[in-house]
Design a protein around this ligand. Sequence first.
Ligand SMILES: Cc1cc2nc3c(=O)[nH]c(=O)nc-3n(C[C@H](O)[C@H](O)[C@H](O)COP(=O)(O)O)c2cc1C
Length: 180
Amino acid sequence: MSIKVLALVGSLRKGSLNKVLVQTAAEEAPAGMEITIFPLNDLPLYNTDVETAGLPESVVALHEAIKNSDAMILATPEYNGSFSGVLKNGIDWASRGGGILAKKPVVTMGGSPGALGGTKAQEHLRAVCLHLGMYLLPKPTVAVPHFGKKIEDGKLTDDQTREFIGGQMAAFEEWINRFK
Ligand SMILES: Cc1cc2nc3c(=O)[nH]c(=O)nc-3n(C[C@H](O)[C@H](O)[C@H](O)COP(=O)(O)O)c2cc1C
């Protein structure tokens, strides 16, 4: 059976290492799991005035993509000890879609050039997922340290990390199926 997973990446830059993580997850995912990235580039900053005037097209597209997904991946860099404002803005807009995030199976991942792999960012992100009533995969978590050294030409080259991400996706599949 196919599983549609929507991924949000909290970095807008073309060469984002966290985007490579999600691409690796797509490559290592179990057969039948389809992972698509929804780009957050076109979302305006959240503003209730904008929302009241009529939802921007990009926000409507985000809401539709979430409704049409079975599960979500949230991938984030660590910025100043937390997850990125870009991702928070995406989550804030998503949370204005009439409860579409509640009960949605979700997994977080991230990496950083530092020694800790952005674990603090994910702790904060995971707290937000729980606040929203999302069904957060308890473990394994993916936080990749010294990230830059493990990527060549936009590909994650470290076999151990690839395997670990594959393992997380296998656990995620099992987790998603619990709620189907
Ligand atoms: C404003 C800013 C703050 C950052 N703060 C942290 C941090 O607290 N911890 C960390 O490990 N890396 C930090 N970094 C480094 C990012 O983890 C690194 O730039 C990462 O590659 C960004 O993710 P991306 O490759 O997906 O764009 C920071 C980078 C920026 C631009």
